[in-house]
Design a protein around this ligand. Structure first.
Ligand code: 0A1
Ligand code: ZN
Length: 879
C-alpha cells in the first residue's frame, strides 16, 4: 500500500490499451476466510510490441495457464502489482487462479465481508481500481469486455448468490454446495463488476420497459431491514419511467438487483445489473428515516439507475474523464428530483450544497479542475468538484442548448458512443454537432480550477432611458494554475422596477425584444450590455436560477435586495436575494458597522414573508436560514471559525427577535396539523418549517422552546420530528437533553442507521464542549473504527460538520483528528483520506490556528507507511 503511485498519472500521457479482453469468464468458490477465483480472459492484442501486463494487487497466485497449458515459473512474472506474461499472443486465453481473504479486507475495496463472520455476507466494490484485487486484468475503464460469472458456495452459509447480468443457470453441487451463473451481453469495464453472496432477503416487482422488456426489480437487504425496502423499490420504478420519458433510455437486462450494506466507503455503486448501496441511501422507515433522507434515497436510487446509460453503456476512457459520467449523472438526478418535487427548492438545496462543499474545495489547497490533469490515488477525486461542479457545467451547457437541443445532443451522444469509452471532448462534440454549435469554448471550464468571480455594475442613463450592465470576470489562482483565462459565463437576468414589477427587455444586438428574462454570455474579461427603453432606474436580478457556478458581486443597495426578496417570482432568486442580504448583515455585525441597513431590511422582509399565506412552508424555512458558517467565510482570510459561529448566531437572534411571538404561535399551529408521519409534500414542508421555527424560537425564549422540544421529542411520530427536537435540545444544552439522548440510545440500540444520528448530533454540538463528548462517545460499545458510516457519524460530523467545535483555539480538535487519521489509515485508506480533507480550509485560518495545523499536518505527512490515498491528500494540503 505504501507509495503505490509515487509518480503521478497524467492525462497528457494517455495511450490506448495495448491489450484488450473480449470475454471474461470468472468462477468464484466463495467462503468467508479464503475464496478462490478462476479467470479465463480471451485476449486481443492491439500493440504488437507490448508484452501482456495485467494489474493485480495483493493476489495469491495459485495457478496460471496460457491456451490450456500450465506455465512454468520462468514464463510469467508477478511483481509491483503487475503480472507479466511475455508468451501471450493475439487470441490467447489466459487462465489464472488466485486466493482472496475477504474477512481480512478492512479497506472495503475488492471482495470483502459485510457484518459478522457468522451471519454477514460477501460483496465487492471495484470502482475505481478494486477489480485488480479480485483477479488479474487490464483494470482500466477503456477495456470493455463481456462477462460470464459462476458463483459456487455452501448453500446453508450463502443461500443467495448474485452477480451482474442475466441469470444463466443455478443448481446444486456436491457437499451441500450450490452454484449460480450470470451472463451479461453488454460489454463493460471491470470497475462495474459485482457479486454478492450470503443471507439476504428481497422485495421484488415486475416492470415492463417502454420498449417492452419485462424486468424483475429486486431490492435485497438483511432480514431485519426487509420491511424498509419498499420506498426504494417505488423510487426505482419512478426513476426508470423518468429516464424513458426524459431521455428515451430503457433498461437493458432481464433483472435489476439492488443490495443494501452497512459497510460501504461511499454512498452507492452503479455496478451493471447489481447496484450496491450504503444502507443509509436505500433503507427507509419513518421511525428512523428523516424527510431529508427520504429525498436523498430517491435521488441516489435515481443516480445509480441513471448511470446505466451515463457511465455503463457509455463509459469513461480514463479516470480523468470521471465527470463525464458523474457530472452528467448528478445533473440527470437533479432533473429527476426537480420533476417530482418543487424545482425551486431543489435548486436551492443544490446550490447550497455546492457553496458548502465545492466552493471551499475550489478555494483551498485541494482545488482541482473538473477534469484533473494528474492524480496519484484516483479515489481522492470523487469530489464535490467532479460531481457537483461537473453537474453545473452540464446544466450550463444544457441551458445554452435548450431542452429540445440538449435532448438532440444526448441522443447523438448515446448513438455514437454506446458500448464504448468516451471523453469529455466527445460529449461536447455530440451536443454541439446535434445543434450546429461549437461548444469547444466550454472545455476551458473543465480544465480550469477555481470559482470565477463576476462583478456587476449597473448604470442608468435617464436621458437615453438606457441601462448599461458592466460585467467583469476573474478567477483566483489555484495550485498549479497561477494564470486564469476568461470563461464563457451565461448570466440569466431580469430587471425590476421599483415596485417590483418585471420590465420588458430590449437588449442591444439581441433578437427577442420584449421578453422579461434573457441570457447574456460574458466570455471576455470585461463586457458591457446595454438595455434600451428602460423607463425607470431598474433593480437587476442576476444569475437567475444560478445559471453559472460563479461568485457574483453586485453593487446592490440593501433596499434593492429586499425588493427582490419580496417580489422576485422565481423562488430560487428570491431565496438568493435573502442570502445576499443576510451575508451583508453578518458582515456588518462582524465589522461593527451599525449604520448598515442590511440587517434591518433582512429582518423586515422576512417578517413579511413569514405572514405570507401563499408561501410554501418549505421555501419559507429556507428563506429563514442564513448562509452556513462555511459559506459565510467565503473569500475571507484569517478566519476564526468560533467567531463566525457566534456572529451567525447573533444574526439569527435578531431574526428571532423580529419574528417575536409569531414563532411560538406558528410552532403551535404547525404542530397542530403536522404531527403525523405522512410523507407527502405538504407534510414534509410543514415539518421543515416547524424545525426551523423551533430552532429560532429556542434563541428567543429558550425555556418555552425547550419544553416544546422535549414534548415534540417524546410524541414524535417519526424521525424527522424526533431528530429536530433532539438537535435543539443537545445543541443548545437544554436541561432536557440528557434524558432525550438516553432515551434515543435505548430506543434505537439495535439500529445502526438511527445510532449514527445519535453519534452525529452530539458530535455537532457547537463549541469547545464537543471534543470531550466525541472522546466519550468513542467508548460507547456501538462505536467502531471499522465501519465507515460510524466513523463519518462521529469523527466526520465533528471535523466536517462542526466548525466551532473542531476549530478550538487551543488546537485540541486538530490534534485529535490527526491521531485518529493515523489509526484509521491503517484500516481504510479511502475513508481516512476523505476525513483528512476537513483540513482543506487551513490556509485561510487566522495565524494562530494555521501554525498549529501546519505543524500537525507536516508531522503526519512525514510518517512512514501512510497509504498513497492519505499521503496524496497531505502532500496537496501542504504544497
Ligand atoms: N460511482 C459511484 C460512487 C463510488 C465511487 C467510488 C467508490 O469506491 C471507491 C464507490 C462508489 C457513484 O457515483 O454513485
Ligand atoms: Zn455516480
Amino acid at each position: 500500500m505504501t507509495d503505490r503511485h509515487d509518480t503521478p498519472i497524467r492525462l497528457a500521457d494517455y495511450t490506448p490499451p495495448p491489450w484488450r479482453v473480449s470475454t471474461v469468464d470468472l468462477a468464484f468458490d466463495l467462503a468467508i476466510d479464503a475464496c478462490e477465483v478462476t479467470a479465463h480472459l480471451a485476449l486481443v492484442r492491439e500493440d504488437a510490441n507490448a508484452p501482456l501486463r495485467l494489474d493485480g494487487e495483493g493476489l495469491e497466485l495459485l495457478a496460471i495457464a496460457l491456451d490450456g497449458r500450465p506455465l512454468a515459473a520462468g514464463e510469467w512474472r508477478y511483481a509491483d502489482d503487475m503480472l507479466e506474461v511475455p508468451g501471450a499472443r493475439d487470441g490467447s486465453v489466459l487462465e489464472t487462479r488466485v486466493r482472496l481473504r475477504p474477512a481480512d479486507n478492512t479497506a472495503l475495496e475488492g471482495l470483502y465481508l459485510s457484518g459478522s463472520r457468522e451471519r454477514g455476507f460477501l460483496l465487492t466494490q471495484c470502482e475505481a481500481q478494486g477489480f485488480r484485487r479480485i483477479t488479474f486484468f487490464p483494470d482500466r475503464p477503456d477495456v470493455l469486455a463481456c462477462y460470464s460469472v459462476t458463483l459456487r458456495a455452501d448453500r446453508a452459509r450463502f443461500p443467495v448468490l448474485l452477480a451482474g447480468g442475466n441469470p444463466a443457470g443455478a443448481g446444486d453441487l456436491d457437499d451441500g454446495r450450490h452454484f449460480a451463473r450470470f451472463v451479461d451481453p453488454h460489454p463493460r469495464p471491470s470497475y462495474l463488476f459485482a457479486l454478492v453472496a450470503g443471507h439476504l432477503e428481497h422485495r421484488e416487482r415486475d416492470y415492463v420497459t417502454a420498449d417492452g422488456r419485462p424486468v424483475k426489480l429486486k431490492i435485497w437487504s438483511e432480514a431485519d431491514a426487509i420491511d424498509r425496502c419498499g420506498f426504494a423499490l417505488d423510487a426505482l420504478e419512478r426513476a426508470m419511467r423518468w429516464d424513458e420519458q426524459a431521455y428515451g433510455r430503457n433498461y437493458d437486462l432481464d433483472v435489476f438487483h439492488v443490495v443494501a450494506t452497512h459497510d460501504f466507503n461511499m454512498g452507492a455503486m452503479e455496478n451493471k445489473g447489481l447496484n450496491i448501496f450504503n444502507a443509509k441511501y436505500l433503507l427507509a422507515d419513518p421511525a428512523v428515516t428523516t424527510d431529508d433522507e427520504y429525498r436523498a434515497i430517491e435521488a441516489v436510487v435515481g443516480h445509480e439507475y441513471f448511470h446505466n446509460w451515463t457511465g455503463n453503456r457509455v463509459t469513461c476512457r480514463d479516470w480523468f474523464q470521471l465527470s463525464l459520467k458523474e457530472g452528467l449523472t448528478v445533473f440527470r438526478e437533479q432533473q429527476f428530483i426537480a420533476a417530482l418535487h418543487v424545482p425551486a427548492l431543489k435548486r436551492i438545496e443544490d446550490v447550497a450544497l455546492l457553496r458548502r462543499t465545492q466552493f471551499p474545495e475550489d478555494a483551498g489547497p485541494l482545488a482541482h479542475p473538473v477534469r484533473p490533469a494528474e492524480y496519484r490515488a484516483i479515489d481522492n477525486f470523487y469530489t464535490a468538484t467532479v460531481y457537483e461542479k461537473g453537474a453545473e457545467l452540464v446544466r450550463m451547457i444544457a441551458g445554452r442548448l435548450g431542452a429540445a437541443g440538449f435532448r438532440r445532443g444526448m441522443d447523438l451522444y448515446f448513438a455514437r458512443h454506446d458500448g464504448r469509452a468516451a471523453t469529455i471532448e466527445d460529449f461536447l462534440a455530440a451536443l454541439g454537432e446535434a445543434n450546429g454549435l461549437d461548444l469547444a469554448p466550454y472545455l476551458a471550464w473543465y480544465a480550469q480550477a477555481g470559482t470565477p468571480r463576476v462583478t456587476a455594475r449597473g448604470e442608468y442613463d435617464e436621458v437615453a432611458r438606457s441601462y448599461t450592465l458592466q460585467l467583469r470576470q476573474s478567477t483566483p489562482p489555484t495550485p498549479g494554475q497561477p494564470e486564469k483565462r476568461p470563461l464563457p459565463i451565461p448570466l440569466k437576468l431580469a430587471l425590476f422596477d421599483r415596485e417590483g414589477r418585471l420590465l420588458p427587455l430590449h437588449l442591444d444586438g439581441a433578437a427577442s425584444a420584449g421578453a422579461t428574462e434573457c441570457v447574456v454570455v460574458l466570455d471576455e474579461a470585461e463586457q458591457s450590455f446595454v438595455f434600451r427603453q428602460v423607463e425607470t432606474p431598474p433593480v437587476p436580478s442576476l444569475l437567475r436560477d444560478f445559471s453559472a457556478p460563479v461568485i457574483l458581486a453586485c453593487d446592490y443597495a440593501p433596499a434593492d435586495l429586499a425588493l427582490l426578496l419580496a417580489h422576485d417570482p422565481d423562488g430560487f432568486n428570491r431565496w438568493e436575494a435573502g442570502q445576499q442580504l443576510a451575508r451583508r448583515a453578518w458582515q456588518a455585525l462582524r465589522d461593527g458597522r451599525d449604520d448598515d441597513a442590511s440587517l434591518a431590511h433582512w429582518c423586515a422582509a422576512l417578517r413579511r414573508s413569514f405572514d405570507e399565506a401563499s408561501l410554501d412552508p418549505a421555501l419559507l424555512a429556507e428563506l429563514l436560514t442564513p448562509p452556513g458558517e462555511i459559506e459565510l467565510t467565503e473569500g475571507d482570510t484569517a478566519v476564526d471559525p468560533v467567531r463566525v459561529h457566534v456572529l451567525r448566531e447573533r444574526l439569527e437572534r435578531h431574526l428571532a427577535d423580529t419574528l417575536g411571538d409569531r414563532l411560538a404561535s406558528r410552532y403551535h399551529e404547525l404542530s397542530a396539523v403536522g404531527d403525523d408521519d405522512r410523507l407527502d409534500a405538504p407534510a414534509q414542508a410543514r415539518r421543515r418549517l416547524k424545525r426551523r421555527v423551533l430552532a429560532l424560537w429556542a434563541l428567543r425564549d429558550p425555556a418555552a422552546a425547550f419544553a416544546a422540544a422535549a414534548q415534540q421529542y417524546a410524541r414524535a411520530p417519526g424521525m424527522t420530528d424526533r431528530l429536530a427536537a433532539l438537535t435543539v435540545l443537545v445543541h443548545r444544552e437544554a436541561p432536557q437533553a440528557a434524558a432525550a439522548l438516553a432515551d434515543f440510545r435505548a430506543r434505537h440500540a439495535e439500529d445502526a442507521l438511527a445510532l449514527d444520528k445519535w453519534f452525529a448530533v452530539q458530535a455537532q454540538q457547537p463549541g469547545d464542549a464537543a471534543l470531550a463528548r466525541v472522546r466519550a462517545l468513542e467508548a460507547d460499545p456501538a462505536f467502531t473504527m471499522k465501519n465507515p458510516n460510524r466513523v463519518r457519524a462521529l469523527w466526520g460530523s465533528y471535523a466536517h460538520g462542526n466548525p466551532s467545535g473542531f476549530h478550538r483555539a487551543d488546537g485540541a480538535g486538530y490534534r485529535f483528528l490527526i491521531e485518529r487519521l493515523r489509526a484509521l489509515d491503517a484500516l481504510n485508506p479511502q475513508v481516512a483520506a476523505r476525513l483528512a480533507t476537513a483540513f482543506n480550509g487551513w490556509s485561510r485560518l487566522e495565524p494562530g490556528r494555521r501554525e498549529i495545523v501546519r505543524e500537525l499536518l507536516a508531522g503526519l505527512a512525514a510518517e512512514p507507511r501512510l497509504s498513497s490515498n492519505l499521503a496524496e491528500i497531505l502532500a496537496r494540503l501542504l504544497a
